[in-house]
Unconditional design. Structure first.
Length: 396
């Protein structure tokens, strides 16, 4: 057994049965390919590496063969590898060029076919196979008018661009997590394709003084899970995140807020088709914020006043809103009753009711409550996210 087989479907089988041709070109970012190939395999993909001669100068053929379990294609032979993989009797489901240099991008855009990778792209684009490109280059190269024009030309041809992410000097290649998310997006169905979905998550943090805040215990994990799965299922997703303990994916468009007042201002610009709100927002905020730090050895008193309810404000901007209702120590019947009261009060499409005593970092106990029905959707946060997004796809 090859070592690559030992990790096959180790994380999921979502890419099982799918063949990804990974085109590797001559960027130093080619050193990232090893871990990216392995991650695709962990989700069930068969990865066939195709390397340009310049890529072979940066990473060895043997290391890429070890990563994928497949001997890299480094030259085209009488076996017409590009036609076998991308032609009418194709075996490939997706061509990903990772990393893609300015040279390779420009060649593909202009129909120049003189490397293994550009030959794969030529046939793929001519045969309707999805092509995704992850650029990596110096920032000034990406700003070159000719390169910019070629990027736009490829986008008009239907090529998907993954990143890059600028640090001001370099247009850095996308992370392996982003590449895998795009593989899901392009290969695992797109029932939410084009749907504009907003996720509002995390916790609000109301200041008491310049150092201290009053807040909730939300980690933001549910909102990140929802954002990832909405992206992978084809949605145009945006994440508005308060305080959190999880990393926000670089490939998900995001905005941050701290207080409920911050979020209220953001709602004024809301323009989305569906809004899902797992955020844990404060009900009260201090009426006066102490400037500086309240001395720790002195007694102090603080007055609190109610803050605006955000769900009704969101509902004024959007007809399709899913709220969350967190409770503690209630029976399912009591939980459904309170969730349905919230649903009717604000005119929501659904409410996800969850018991905070049964919540964990990776799983939760939850009910999806609509006007006439309640469904137990307990499970991992990914599974709950898919239940909620299934409802969006089928009912909203």
């Amino acid at each position: 057994m090859h070592p690559s087989e030992e990790i096959y479907c180790e994380k999921s089988n979502r890419l099982k049965g799918k063949t990804v041709v990974l085109g590797i070109t001559g960027s130093i970012a080619a050193t990232e390919c090893f871990s990216t190939i392995r991650e695709l395999i962990r989700h069930g993909a068969t990865v066939i590496p195709v390397m340009t001669s310049a890529a072979c100068d940066i990473v060895t053929e043997q290391s890429i063969e070890f990563a994928s379990g497949k001997k890299p294609i480094t030259r085209l032979t009488g076996q017409t590898e590009h036609v076998k993989l991308m032609g009418d009797t194709r075996t490939a489901d997706l061509l990903m060029i990772y990393p893609a240099t300015a040279n390779t991008i420009s060649k593909i855009a202009n129909g120049i076919d003189d490397t293994t990778v550009t030959s794969m792209a030529t046939v793929a684009l001519g045969n309707g196979i999805p092509v995704a490109v992850a650029p990596a280059m110096h920032e000034s190269m990406l700003r070159n008018p000719a390169v910019k024009a070629n990027v736009e030309k490829l986008k008009q041809m239907g090529v998907k661009f993954i990143g890059p992410h600028s640090d001001g000097v370099r247009a850095k290649v996308a992370s392996r997590e982003e590449v895998v998310a795009w593989a899901f997006k392009l290969l695992c169905g797109n029932d939410l394709d084009g749907r504009r979905i907003l996720i509002v998550g995390g916790r609000s943090e109301e200041p008491i003084d310049s150092m201290r805040i009053i807040t909730n215990r939300s980690t933001g994990a549910m909102s990140v899970s929802l954002a990832k799965r909405a992206f992978e299922r084809g949605a145009e997703v945006e994440l508005w995140m308060g305080g959190c303990n999880v990393e926000i994916p670089s490939y998900v468009k995001s905005r941050r807020f701290q207080t409920v007042a911050d979020l209220v201002k953001m709602v004024e610009s809301l323009d989305h088709e569906i809004v899902i709100v797992p955020a844990a927002l404060s009900d009260f905020a201090p009426t006066n914020v102490f400037r500086g730090k309240i001395p720790s050895d002195e007694k102090f008193e603080a007055d609190f006043a109610p803050v605006p309810k955000v769900l009704p404000l969101i509902r004024q901007k959007c007809d399709k809103v899913i709220g969350f209702k967190a409770e503690s120590g209630l029976t399912d019947e009591q939980l459904v009753k309170r969730a349905r009261a919230r649903l009717e009060e604000y005119g929501l499409s659904a409410v996800v009711a969850n018991d905070i005593d049964a919540a964990g970092m990776s799983s939760s106990s939850a009910l999806l409550v609509t006007k006439f029905k309640s469904t137990d959707i307990s499970g991992t946060k990914i599974a709950i996210s898919d239940f909620i997004l299934d409802f969006c796809s089928e009912s909203l």
